[in-house]
Design a binder for this molecule. Structure first.
Ligand code: C2O
Length: 636
């Protein structure tokens, strides 16, 4: 429920009035958007099975936070769940407000069961769609929701035709397993845990059933001729998705709350962590059209995993003068164009038309989709210029590796001697015991061993050599790695260029890399190995898209640049949950600048403290790990 706090809004309104006078613009006054998020557990019935899930306010997806750019947000989190919780506002830049970023042991101690905490932040200089999610391993599968940021000057100031309606489309996955256990097992060599279904706005859809009764699906009711702005979010833990609507095209207008040059496509490809805003015009003959979300996966020789598709529907409201008969005729021809797949539409247009989906392994579609994004150049929506001088160059390989459970030497193939981990430059991230932000801010030093994230991998090899994917002699040489709390420090204002290079060690997955607190200019991407001599000349320094999550293509690379101008301690990680749980992460520390306006202020007074549980090891903040018997070790 949204409430408006007048008391707290007063000073903000006063500032806004001053702003009016000085700019003569007439924006709506800034407001405080306030929500209470009660985190608790409830049973949900799907696929003939009651499953206990952890949700916010009894909803899945959780509540949408709707703000106008410039608003302040206050979210009172009441933790009635048995887990330690923190909520991350994914993509919100949190300028000078790292304390509210919501990453356990990076920016804060988690909110313990029976405790509360209020997150306060401003949404400034961003418009579009972002989202929020628990930053607790795997629990984000059911603890997430949309953040919708509308322009201060109203919908008529969108840099695209004003839509008649706006709808969040959240792609997720449905797990029948205990998510806490999934996380624990993924950290311990068990990889045979998969979601039972995919979802659109929490609904499984009619590809799934319970004893022959179809699961309810998401339905978007449309009126002919009207335009819909879909705010698409991938909140799933495991997969990048292909999204199509039979008979319709999308015009992509924004991604990660940054406008892009309008780009028309019949397929959206969206990785976990990304958002895509796309216009859809209801210009097809009235009828029913399936909206299908299909997870993609790396082709062989990668290990194949069960990846279920889901579907909802776009349904034309028939209370209009366009007759069903006409619709049905046109529908047939549309179905023909689409190549069928959904069966013949009936003369009454009652049988929905299905889109033709690409092959699940056609991962190059993701590369094309993402390569087609450029930032919008628009007088009312200026994008910052790409910084030309670069202060730091990092080359970061992403991959898998293994660590001995005990000591330095072990037999990788012998059960229980080694653990499979995910790495950046061959080091796997380990959480510290004290939140890094606290240690950094109070200069109390860190009790944990910190390692500086290396600027390049320890050795060069043919990173994308596919023969490294199946376990083997060549691969084994590259596999040994280590664990550490990896941190990299940046001077305030430094321009950082990073090339993320995917590797083929044991898998050839893509990697949606997410940076907290900053947007990144995506300069270029490519398949295969990055070649500086050739590829740097291809950098787009004119209108690269700005993203908080960049997709490193399967067996490929991405080059980005960002300005480290937000003092604090920022997590940077792969948004595939299994990669994150396994350690594909690092922390970027941005130092204070020389002035108050460039320095991180002190923490809020009610900031959660770890003192109740000071003796717990890091992982115990999430879970009490029982003794686990490892039965399998090579199942990547
Ligand atoms: Cu959306 Cu660190 O995450």
């Amino acid at each position: 429920m949204t409430t408006w706090s007048l008391r707290t809004a007063v000073p903000v309104v006063a500032t806004t009035i001053f702003f009016f006078l000085s700019t003569m613009a007439i924006p709506a006054a800034t407001a405080i958007v306030e929500h209470t998020f009660v985190v608790s557990q409830m049973n949900m019935m799907h696929l003939c099975k009651e499953t206990l899930v952890t949700v916010v306010n009894g909803q899945l997806p959780g509540p949408t936070i709707e703000v106008t750019e410039g608003d302040s947000v206050a979210i009172h989190v009441v933790n009635k769940s048995p887990y330690n919780i923190s909520i991350h506002w994914h993509g919100v830049k949190q300028r000078l407000n790292c304390w509210a970023d919501g990453v356990p042991l990076v920016t804060q101690c988690p909110i313990l069961p029976k405790q509360n905490f209020t997150y306060r932040f401003n949404v400034v200089g961003q418009e579009g769609t972002l989202w929020w999610h628990a930053h607790v391993p795997c629990l984000r599968a059911t603890l997430h929701g949309a953040i919708v940021i509308r322009p201060r000057l109203g919908a008529s100031s969108y840099p695209f035709p004003k839509p008649d309606s706006e709808v969040p489309v959240i792609i997720g996955d449905w797990w029948e397993m205990d998510l806490e256990e999934v996380d624990r097992k993924m950290k311990d060599n068990f990889f045979d845990y998969f979601p039972s279904a995919s979802t659109i706005n929490g609904k499984l859809g009619d590809l799934f059933n319970c004893s022959g009764v179809a699961e309810e699906g998401y339905v978007l009711d449309v009126e002919p001729g009207k335009t819909y702005l879909l705010r698409i979010i991938n909140a799933a833990l495991f997969s990048e998705y292909f999204l199509k609507i039979a008979g319709h095209r999308f015009t992509v207008v924004a991604s990660d709350a940054n406008y892009v040059s309008p780009y028309t496509t019949d397929i959206i490809v969206i990785a976990p962590g990304e958002t895509v805003d796309a216009l859809v015009v209801a210009d097809a003959p009235p009828g029913k059209y399936y909206m299908v979300a299909l997870p993609n996966q790396a082709p062989l020789p990668d290990t194949q995993t069960p990846e279920p598709a889901t579907r909802g529907m776009v349904q034309y409201n028939n209370n209009n003068n366009r007759g069903a008969g006409n619709g049905a005729t046109a529908l047939r021809s549309r179905n023909h164009i689409e190549g069928g797949g959904g069966g013949d539409p009936s003369p009454t247009g009652d049988v929905p038309v299905a889109p033709v989906m690409p092959d699940q392994h056609d991962v190059v579609l993701s590369f094309y989709f993402h390569s087609n994004l450029t930032s919008l150049r628009h007088p009312r929506h200026p994008t910052p210029p790409v910084p030309i001088r670069v202060d730091e160059h990092l080359f970061i390989t992403l991959g898998l590796g293994s660590v001995c459970r005990r000591g330095q030497y072990c037999n990788r193939t012998k059960e229980n001697e080694a653990v499979l981990v995910a790495t950046m430059n061959n080091v796997s991230f380990q959480l510290p015991t004290t939140p890094l932000l606290e240690s950094h801010y109070y200069h109390i030093g860190v009790q944990d061993a910190l390692l500086e994230l290396p600027g390049k991998p320890p050795r060069a090899f043919d990173f994308t050599d596919q023969s490294l994917i199946p376990i083997g002699t060549k691969e084994k040489l590259l596999e040994p790695t280590s664990r550490a709390t990896m941190v990299r420090w940046f001077r305030y204002g430094s321009v950082v260029e990073m090339v993320f290079q995917g590797t083929a060690i044991l898998q050839g997955d893509s990697n949606p890399m997410h940076l907290h607190g900053h947007d990144m200019f995506v300069l270029a991407q490519g398949l295969g190995n990055f070649n500086a001599a050739k590829d740097m000349s291809r950098y787009n320094l004119v209108n690269p898209p700005l993203k908080n999550t960049v997709v490193v293509p399967n067996l490929g690379w991405v080059a980005i640049r960002f300005v480290a101008n937000n003092p604090g301690v920022w997590f940077m990680h792969c948004h595939y949950e299994f990669h994150l749980s396994m350690g594909m992460a690092a922390v970027f520390v941005v130092e204070d600048g020389p002035t108050m306006e460039t320095s991180l202020p002190p923490p809020p007074l009610d900031f959660p403290s770890c003192s109740h549980d000071n003796n717990l090891a890091p992982d115990e903040f999430y879970l009490q790990t029982p003794e686990i018997k490892v039965s399998r070790i090579d199942g990547v």
